[in-house]
Write a protein that binds this ligand. Structure first.
Ligand SMILES: *Cc1c(COP(=O)(O)O)cnc(C)c1O
Length: 411
């Protein structure tokens, strides 16, 4: 009989969101008239920008004509899209990239997972705690780790606690690590890394021959001047960093699917013989063998995000979410709750009042305010005692939720 990949059995059952769903269903069954407001999920709610939709429709019409029909495109994405992203989004940051350094994909989750294909298993990986669970679980799946301990830490992974004390940006590890996952603006903590902090990481990586995986899925939500939108704003990052970006949160593409990976030519690893080899070449080989490109209408829609009309509309939706974030942050702070994030990201990471556990706070918030959020402990042991609220809801619900919380903890 065929053998399974036993590494999958090391994974903890997908517990967080099913458990949230179970508790909400139970509450709603017992309280059928309660209007439950969900500020838990990390999905957007506002429709696509009109300019994006128009380009999407036009591209579908292209497919219905002989002249403009598009079949297989380049596996790496159309150059008109990568050039547009480079010119409109990277150049203004002072970052120069070649089209051949950018790979268009069907989303960032797949990219963050698939990138492990081109790295040897014996690389030592460092992951934040709390963290976007994909980084951890994909390393378990490929067999880079041992079993989990009772805290949920896997043997062989270096976990970097992100806490109030270090401003939720991890300290440099004491041991030598080969791969470092950084996410700024961060999901779940909503906090950002400064130029100085990222410079320290880039210097560490270049000194130790490590590679940084920089997840910039939320870069478009940064409002504070001077906070890097790209790791390549940091000197030396072209030698050591791979960047992931997504249209999901930026432009509401969670259901449309488009992302990208940047791998500069200078990013090198070593072969078994100790020779240097380019990760860009490996990723290009992987992409052309295992992927047949992001759909043509999706890439046309993505390009329209960076048109003048498209960007103005996309930006207005981001501002709408960030105004929600402000309402949540200010409302909770006024209620005496300590909040982080919500300034440069759509997530508020709050410290549970009265030192409640994350799940106790979840139950209290659900039962007494009819508001659903995400327990911080679900993102890693260091998330215990914290709670994530998302600003992706509609304004009226956000305002009602905040009013209920203020009434409860009222000040
Ligand atoms: C939402 C999100 C992504 C983007 O995922 P897609 O697959 O592009 O939808 C990537 N990283 C983090 C941390 C996210 O929260």
């Amino acid at each position: 009989m065929a053998r399974i990949n036993d590494n999958y059995l090391k994974l903890k059952a997908g517990y967080l969101f099913p458990e949230i769903g179970r508790r909400v269903r139970e509450f709603s069954a017992a309280n059928p008239t309660a209007k439950v407001i969900r500020l838990g999920i990390g999905d957007v709610t506002q429709p696509l920008a009109p300019a994006v939709l128009k380009a999407f429709h036009a591209a579908i019409d292209d497919l219905g004509t002989t002249e403009n029909f598009a079949g297989y495109g380049p596996e790496q994405g159309y150059e008109w899209l990568s050039r547009t992203i480079i010119d409109k989004s990277y150049k203004p940051l002072g970052v120069e990239l070649k089209s051949s350094e950018m790979f268009i994909s069907d989303g960032s989750k797949c990219d963050c997972a698939n990138i492990l294909d081109i790295f040897a298993l014996d690389n030592v990986v460092a992951i934040g705690d709390p963290v976007y669970p994909v980084y951890n679980d994909t390393n378990v799946m490929v067999g880079r780790t041992g079993e989990a301990d009772d805290k949920g830490y896997y043997q062989g992974v270096v976990y970097m606690p992100c806490t109030e004390e270090n401003g939720f940006v991890p300290a440099l590890p004491k041991e030598k690590v080969d791969i470092i996952y950084l996410c700024s603006p961060n999901n779940p903590t909503g906090t950002v890394a400064t130029k100085e902090q990222l410079t320290a990481w880039v210097d560490y990586a270049n000194a130790n021959g490590s590679i940084i995986f920089f997840d910039a899925a939320y870069e478009a939500f940064i409002t504070t001047p001077g906070i890097p939108h790209s790791i390549y704003e940091i000197e030396g990052a072209r030698q050591c960093a791979i960047e992931f970006r997504s249209f999901s949160k930026t432009a509401g593409f969670t259901g449309v699917r488009c992302g990208l990976v940047v791998i500069p030519e200078e990013v090198m690893g070593t072969t078994a013989n100790g020779e240097k080899f380019s990760f860009n070449k490996l990723w290009n080989r992987r992409t052309t063998t295992k992927f047949n490109g992001t759909s043509y209408p999706v890439q046309r829609a993505a390009a329209a995000v960076y048109s003048d009309a498209g960007w103005a509309q996309v930006k207005a939706t981001i501002d709408y979410y960030m105004d929600n974030a402000r309402i949540i942050r200010e409302g909770l702070t006024a209620a005496g709750i300590t909040c982080y994030g919500g300034v440069d990201s759509p997530y508020i990471w709050l410290k549970t009042p009265d030192a409640m556990t994350s799940w106790d706070f979840f139950d209290k918030l659900l039962n007494e305010c009819h508001v659903v959020g995400t327990p911080g402990s679900g993102f890693g042991p260091s998330g215990e005692g914290y709670f994530r609220l998302s600003a992706f809801g509609d304004k009226a619900s956000v305002e009602t939720a905040v009013a209920r919380i203020r009434e409860k903890w009222g000040k």
